[in-house]
Design a protein around this ligand. Sequence first.
Ligand code: SF4
Length: 334
Amino acid sequence: MKVGIPRGLFFYYYYPLWKTFFNDLGAEVIVSRETCRFTMDQGIEMSVDEICLPVKVYFGHVRELCGQKLDYLFAPRLVSVEPKAYICPKFMGIPDMLAACIKGLPPLIDITVDVSKTNKYLQRDIERIGALFNCSKRQAERAFAHGRFENYRCLKIAQQGYTMAEAIRIWEGQERPVSQKGDLNICVLGHGYSLYDDHISMNLISRLRNMGCNIHMVETFAADEIEKEAAHMPKRVFWTLGRKLVGTALHMEKRPEIDGIVYLACFGCGPDSLIGEIIERRVQNKPFMLVTVDEHTGEGGVLTRLEAFCDMLRRRRMQDEGNLSPHGECLYSH
Ligand code: SF4
């Protein structure tokens, strides 16, 4: 049996888990291709105008998979992936939005992942998926445990300085890309499905690497270090991804080797507009740049801003920036 997994949204966080799980149940996993302009156009055509860019792109991936003669399309309803924290509400509506907007959709496996209070419903759903592939409860549980282990392994690869997209490729057996050491250290933040999708982010990470930057991301750091910093917020950030972004930014602020922070936000994203603002206000001692992209953003504009940011960081380091500081403080006034 063939199960399709769209290369968007949760793909960058949980693909190794679900691929291993379905393979162990005896299914073949089909993934849509890397995002391109066509994927985006297809998604824009089928989704509602008000939705954020990553969801539109996800629709484009689903559209591509609709032509692959699949037995099932895996599109879970993500509510919560850890106790007392939640995923953006758009993830909850994904299966319903797909069913309402796309004709010729393969049968959906649309389990609800909500472990905010208990994981007993997830266990029940894992068992139900196993039954679709004629597997026993025990086989399904074993496949899920194996999937979680593989996901952990992929995360460990990402901790070595790779993006989640690169970590997934390495996890699948591709060669590790060779990285050159740069002279600037930049922390790059954003939701993984926009940051690690080269088309949505307009190759933001590779462009910065080509400009001589060493890139640090959420996945580069141990989860407990990030949680410790995020706990300094007066009110707990209840979005899982948002909390990690805030925690990483606060952690970065304390590290002298970090030259600056770049935040990639998507137009139409509610959490981005809040989290980006919180980080901008809280991070006082590092140059910060917010880059907002949508389906109309021109690459030239993004490239110019990245080049200007790197130039200013270098001049700042050389104390050669004249009277205009990139971080809002006049260096030579006292
Ligand atoms: S967090 Fe933002 S980008 Fe992600 S799905 Fe929600 S609205 Fe879209």
